[in-house]
Each structure stands twice: as structure tokens, then as C-alpha cells.
Design a protein around this ligand. Structure first.
Ligand code: BTN
Length: 255
């Protein structure tokens, strides 16, 4: 791990010297949120071999057995609150990083689930806050499946892992380093006003999902439509019976 980080050092920016690794934690996001509150800088990375209380989106658990996944959280302190673009950029970065380290052809499901075919390979939990000093921060929690074998049976059917797809072991350190390097690159693009480049990359990774039926909620109503594209703000554009709806947040259910 140290070796891979050293090799890609020139591309790691603030992430280069800021990795704290644990053998076991409840959730790396909780540790990183705590670090952010204590004023730790942008680029702080928290990783763990296993998590006893890994959290996914929408209040779900994230199974995190030892060695079966890469579990990391990073602190970003964007100048302006750029969510949801940051959420999409994180998905693009993780797709870039996985592709660079493994050669796997991955796709993105809005907003930032990473898939191979119909099985999920990685997920991102973004949590924002304001620390005592008044600075906004975002913690991006990233879980990448490395080996599916030790996951609970209900997940195994819907998930895949880098090693299952490659049929060979993957260098966890290299995967960490390429994902961090890609995060640096994609956040720089956002910060320098090149969000169009990020959206174009997202559309390329997400094109498999366009044309599929999705359901989303408006108030207490469930509306169905066809996912058509993402717009320049990162919203999912869904064609319903009578209009094109930009869906910004909330739960989108893919059929
Ligand atoms: C999802 O539901 O798709 C998001 C999963 C995010 C899991 C990662 S693992 C590292 C970090 N710590 C957590 O507790 N969750 C995130």
C-alpha cells in the first residue's frame, strides 16, 4: 500500500501524506467526520481493513469483512458547496481509478453506484457538515468490493467484486492510489470550472443506464419514467408520461 502510494505520489496532491489506516473501526465515515470536526485538512484519508458498522446510502448497512473490500473515507473542503456535482464527480473518479488499476469496464448508475453489468462493484456515501471553524466539509466514504466470497448471501447475488471479474488478485494499494489520484483530478476539474468535463465523463460511464425505467418520489407520490440523461447540474433527467423531470435527490429505484 505504502509502495503504491509512493509510486503515484506526484498525482496525489493533498492525499499524499495524509492516510491513517486502522485494523478495525465502526465506520471510516464516522472517524473521518470526527476528524473533520476537529479541523483536519482536505486530503485526510481514513481507511480500515474491516468495519464493524459500515454504513451505506439510505440507512443501509455496508458489509465490510476483513480483506473483502477497500473501505476508505476522505475529507474534502470545497470552496463552494458543489453537491450534487461533487457526488457525481466522486463516482466518475472511482470508476476511473478502478479502470486504471484493473482494466475493468465499469459503468455508473445515478448518482454514483459503480456496476459491472447488472452487479454492484462499489458505492459512495457522501456526508456534508460545517465544522466549528465555519468551514464546510464533505466526507466521501468509498467501499469497493475486492472479493465477494465472504459477503452475506443476500448481497452475493446482487454484488460483484474486482477479483471475481478479473479472475485474479488485485493490488489493493494500487487500487487505493489510482482512486485517490482520480479524485484529485476530478475535484480539480470541478474547482476550476470544468464541471462539463466531469458530466461528459459521467454520461459515458452512465450510458448503459439511459433508457431504463426508474421510479422516484415526488412528495408522497411514486412516479415512473425512463432515465434519459444527466443535466449540467448533475440531476438525473427522467422522461415521464408528460414531461422531462430533473431528479436531484431522494431515492431513485431502478427497475
Ligand atoms: C452505498 O450504499 O452504495 C454506499 C456505500 C459506502 C460504503 C463505504 S465503506 C467506507 C465508508 N465507511 C462507511 O461506513 N461507509 C463508506
Amino acid at each position: 500500500m505504502v509502495e503504491a502510494l509512493a509510486r503515484l505520489r506526484g498525482r496525489l496532491g493533498a492525499f499524499a501524506d495524509n492516510v491513517t489506516w486502522f485494523h478495525e473501526v465502526g465506520s471510516t465515515n464516522d472517524v473521518a467526520l470526527n476528524f473533520a470536526e476537529l479541523g483536519r485538512p482536505e486530503g485526510t484519508v481514513v481507511g480500515s481493513d474491516r468495519q464493524t458498522a459500515g454504513r451505506g446510502r439510505h440507512g443501509r448497512d455496508w458489509a465490510s469483512p476483513a480483506g473483502a473490500g477497500l473501505y476508505i473515507s476522505v475529507i474534502l473542503r470545497p470552496e463552494a458547496l458543489v453537491a450534487p456535482l461533487l457526488t457525481l464527480a466522486a463516482g466518475v473518479a472511482i470508476a476511473d481509478g478502478i479502470r486504471e488499476a484493473s482494466g475493468l469496464a465499469v459503468s455508473l448508475k445515478w448518482p454514483n453506484d459503480v456496476y459491472v453489468g447488472t452487479r454492484k462493484l462499489a458505492g459512495i456515501l457522501a456526508e456534508a457538515g460545517t465544522s466549528g471553524s465555519g468551514l464546510n466539509y464533505v466526507v466521501l466514504g468509498i467501499g469497493i468490493n475486492l472479493m465477494s466470497a465472504s459477503y452475506p448471501p443476500d448481497i452475493v447475488g446482487r454484488a460483484t467484486s474486482v477479483e471475481v471479474e478479473l479472475a485474479r488478485p488485485v493490488d489493493r494499494g494500487l487500487l487505493l492510489a489510482t482512486c485517490l489520484a482520480a479524485l484529485v483530478e476530478r475535484s480539480r476539474q470541478l474547482a476550476s470550472g470544468s464541471s462539463g468535463t466531469v458530466i461528459t465523463a459521467w454520461r459515458r460511464y452512465g450510458s448503459d443506464m439511459f433508457g431504463r425505467v426508474v421510479e422516484f418520489t415526488v412528495g408522497s407520490e411514486i412516479v415512473a419514467g425512463i432515465a434519459e440523461n444527466v443535466d449540467e447540474h448533475g440531476a438525473l433527467l427522467v422522461r415521464t408520461a408528460d414531461r422531462l423531470v430533473p431528479v436531484m435527490s431522494g431515492q431513485v429505484r431502478w427497475q
